[in-house]
Structure formats: C-alpha cells, structure tokens
Write a protein that binds this ligand. Structure first.
Ligand SMILES: Cc1cc2nc3c(=O)[nH]c(=O)nc-3n(C[C@H](O)[C@H](O)[C@H](O)COP(=O)(O)OP(=O)(O)OC[C@H]3O[C@@H](n4cnc5c(N)ncnc54)[C@H](O)[C@@H]3O)c2cc1C
Length: 442
C-alpha cells in the first residue's frame, strides 16, 4: 500500500495561506486532510443547539467538498484525538501527521500525548506556527523576560514584523490531485453531521466570509467605540478563532491601511503568548495578591447580569446582544465585564465562563486575558482600583441610546428596572475589599 501523510485541521479551517497544509503538500507523500470532532470538547458544550459547532460542521463540509473536487479524500471522525489517530495509523499506511500549533493548555497536553503515541508507531508528528505571527518566546524583553507591558511588546513586534513574515503560504495553489491521495470508499467512512453528533443547528451572528471592506478598515479608529454601528469594527474574531481567515492575511490588510487595527490584532498574539507562558492564568489570577479577593458571588445578581436586568442600560443591552447573537463589540464587552467584577463584585471566572458558553468567537487566551485585565488580576491589567462608571461609558459610546434601544426597548419606561446597585457605593465596596485582601496577602 502507498505511504501517505495526514494533515490534521484544527483551528485552521481553510485551504489558503495555511502553513502546515502547505508543508504537508510540499512533502513527497500524498496528503489526506483530516478533522476530528473532539469528544473531550463536545462533551462540555453547554447546550445541544450550538452556533460554534454549526459553524465548524459547515466549514468542515466545505473543506471536504473542496478536497473531493480537487481529487482527494477528506476524513472526518468523532472521538478522542489520540484514539482516532491511533486507529487511523493502524488502518492506513501513514508515515507522517502534519498540523498547526495550538498554544492553549489543553491543546499542548493533547499534542504531547498524540506525538508520543505517533512516535511509538514510527510516525512523524510535525507542527507548524500558523495561528500567530510571533509565538511562545519569539518576543522577549531586552533582559530576556516575558513582556508584560503591551506598549513595549507592540514596539518590538512592529520592529520584527517584516513584510515577508506576512506573505501567504501557497497551500491553495498546491492543493491539487497530484499532491492529494484518494482513499478507497471503504476506508473513508461517513462524515459526522450535527445530528449524528447529537446537536442541533443554531445560526446566530454570521461572520463575513472574507476580509472586511477597505472602508471599514480605514475608518476603524473613528468607529470602533460606537456599538450602534454594525460595521464599526472589523468583525473578524470568529474567522480568526476557527482559522477561516489567516492572521497574516488580516495583518497585511491592517498594516497597509490602519495601524490602530493592526495594534488590536497584535493584542491577540500578545494574549496567546501570555497564556502559553502562564497556563495557570486560565483559571487563577496571575497576581498572587489577587487570589484571595472576597468576591460576593451573589447568584441572583449574577442571574440579573446574565439576563440583562441590572438597570444599567449599556450593561443590559450588551448582555442581551450577547445572548441573542453570540457576539458583542469590544467596548461593550469591557463595560459588562467591568460591571460584573467591580459593581457586583463577582469572581471574574464566573463571567469568563459565561462568555465561554455564549461567544461565537470564544477564545481562551483572549477571553481570560481580557477578563483578568478588567478584574485587575492578570499578568497585564488595568489597575485593580479602576472602576468605570457604566453611566459615563454610556454617555461616551451611545449618547442617543441608538444601540441601547435596539436591545432594551423598554428603557426609560416603568417596565425597566431601577439600578441593581448604586455606582459610588459599589465602587467603594469593591476597592476597599480588594485593598484589604491585598494587604492581608502581602
Ligand atoms: C471581557 C472581554 C472578553 C473577550 N473575549 C474574547 C474572546 O473570547 N475571543 C476574542 O476573539 N476576543 C475577545 N475579546 C476581545 C475583543 O472584544 C474581540 O476580539 C472583538 O470584539 C471582536 O470583534 P472584531 O473582530 O470586530 O474586533 P476588532 O476591534 O475589529 O479587532 C480586530 C481583531 O483584533 C483582535 N482584538 C481586538 N481587540 C482585542 C482584545 N481586546 N484582545 C485580544 N484581541 C483583540 C481580535 O482578533 C479581533 O477580531 C474580549 C474582550 C473583552 C473585554
């Protein structure tokens, strides 16, 4: 039987500009692309109708059809990755498995286990940097430590960012019959569907299929803090999450047209780098002095926040948009997060988990990084004593209530609740409690 290699798609559901796929196609072995619906992840999805899984199944199907049209076979399986790959290695003549690096704590452990199993079978496991432009410790401070100031990281990033680092990999061009392998139908198996996986279809926010319009990118710095605008931001987070756009592609566009947008995309690399260095921050405050903060964790108030019933219009509009669409503009994410951790004085992990369940662009590094930033607990954070007034935020970003009225039509009527807590009282309560906890911990 002919030796083949697998290309294992994970967070890179695209044919174009894909580092690992390009390398597999350039190797001397014909390629069979693969996607695994990871049982360990699916078992934890909170609801049977899941917009993320719907998106993934659609994109995997698109890849499968493109592979067949090009003359190859696409494999899709459900199970635990180590077991699925081991079964494939026993069934097919696989000499190598190529895939792109993933820096989350779960993924690094999974890949270590997969690598070990494959090596025992004499199969190479080859990983490539694709998801970010600079990974792991490629950017350090002058003294060789992990950068914890975004300004300095951003400066080093730009100094290292040559145009050739953003050149596309030629994976789509090489995706041709002579580089692919067609398996006998008996070996292909059927591809899982949403129904066979035990899920239902849910379409919420539908991401743009390609790069944002040039006009959106050019105006980004003026429009990014106006949530009433549908196109005020680039709206590329879902595509970056699942890799239907490549980070090089979006950085090329932003580098040419808008340095502010480029800086925001660099935050993504920054948080992924921090999580890789400090995997503990996925569940713990980075700052040990912030690990014993006596959060109130009032269940009823948490529920009011989740449902958009706090009596603060911008917070409520945001939570209702999140619940209805699985998306929320950054400025409103900051408002709702700040309100939960400071005004209601609820553990940032509760909010992080709620976002993880709801966001279509949910991304561990970005979510944890931003929640810890808002809570003042992270490797990089807003000062712990900073408490934004939700009323001032509203006056700045939505003075005419255009955004708020879209989601909270009853605002200003008797049907709208009174504020759940008074701003100054809540601010003082949180600041004093955190101050005392920090003193006790030092
Ligand atoms: C509490 C909180 C939780 C968040 N959780 C997530 C999450 O789970 N997944 C996620 O992708 N983003 C998260 N963000 C960051 C940011 O809000 C979203 O990336 C952004 O709103 C997505 O919309 P966009 O693509 O139009 O963004 P744009 O403003 O157009 O930015 C373009 C891209 O830059 C990156 N980016 C922008 N802002 C940030 C930021 N603050 N941190 C890291 N990367 C950024 C994203 O990849 C984004 O798609 C969170 C922010 C906050 C305050």
């Amino acid at each position: 039987m002919m030796k083949i290699c697998l290309f294992w798609h994970r967070r890179d559901l695209r044919l174009h500009d894909n580092a690992g796929l390009a390398a597999a196609l350039a190797s001397e072995l014909p390629v069979v692309p693969l996607f695994i619906y990871d049982q360990d992840i699916l078992d934890y999805l909170p609801a049977k109708a899941d917009a993320r899984l719907t998106y993934i199944v659609d994109e995997v199907e698109r890849l499968a059809q493109a592979t067949e049209a090009a003359g190859g076979t696409f494999l899709a399986r459900f199970g635990k990755p180590v077991e699925v790959l081991e079964a494939l290695v026993e069934e097919l003549e696989i000499a190598a498995v190529h895939t792109n690096e993933d820096y989350e704590p779960y993924a690094t452990k999974r890949d270590a286990a997969v690598g070990q199993m494959l090596r025992q079978h004499g199969v190479d496991f080859l990983l490539y940097k694709d998801q970010v432009v600079f990974a792991k410790d490629e950017i350090l401070t002058k003294s060789g430590t992990v950068p914890k100031v975004f300004g300095a990281y951003h400066k080093s990033f730009l100094a290292k960012l040559t145009d050739d680092l953003l050149l596309p990999y030629g994976s789509r061009e090489a995706f041709r019959a002579e580089n692919l392998h067609r398996l006998a139908p008996a070996k292909t198996g059927s591809r899982p569907t949403l129904a066979s996986l035990g899920f239902e279809r849910l379409e919420q926010y539908v991401p743009i299929a390609d790069l944002p319009a040039e006009e959106v990118v050019r105006n980004y710095h003026n429009t990014r803090n106006t949530p009433a605008l549908q196109n005020g931001t680039a709206r590329i987070s879902v595509q970056l999450r699942f890799g239907t756009l490549s980070v090089r592609q979006v950085m090329r566009q932003a580098k040419a047209l808008n340095p502010k947008l480029l800086a925001e995309i660099i935050w993504r690399d920054f948080f992924m780098m921090l999580l890789w260095h400090y995997p503990i921050t996925a569940t713990e405050a980075y700052d040990p002095k912030m690990r014993q903060v006596p959060y109130r964790n009032n269940e009823a108030e948490f529920q009011a926040w989740c449902e958009g019933r706090t009596g603060y219009p911008l917070v409520d509009a945001g939570m209702r948009e999140l619940n209805a669409t699985g998306y929320l503009p950054n400025r409103v994410r900051m408002t709702v997060a700040g309100f939960l951790v400071k005004h209601l004085f609820i553990d940032w992990r509760w909010g992080e988990q709620y976002f993880a369940d709801k966001l279509l662009d949910y991304e561990l590094a970005n979510n944890v990084g931003n929640w810890q930033w808002m809570a003042g607990t992270g490797a990089i954070s807003a000062p712990w004593f900073r408490v934004y007034s939700p009323e001032n935020q509203l006056a700045q970003v939505d003075p005419e209530l255009k955004y708020v009225k879209r989601w909270v039509p009853e605002v200003g009527t008797r049907d709208y609740p009174a504020p759940i807590v008074e701003h100054k009282f809540a601010r003082d309560r949180a600041v004093e409690a955190i101050r005392a906890a920090r003193i006790a911990a030092s």
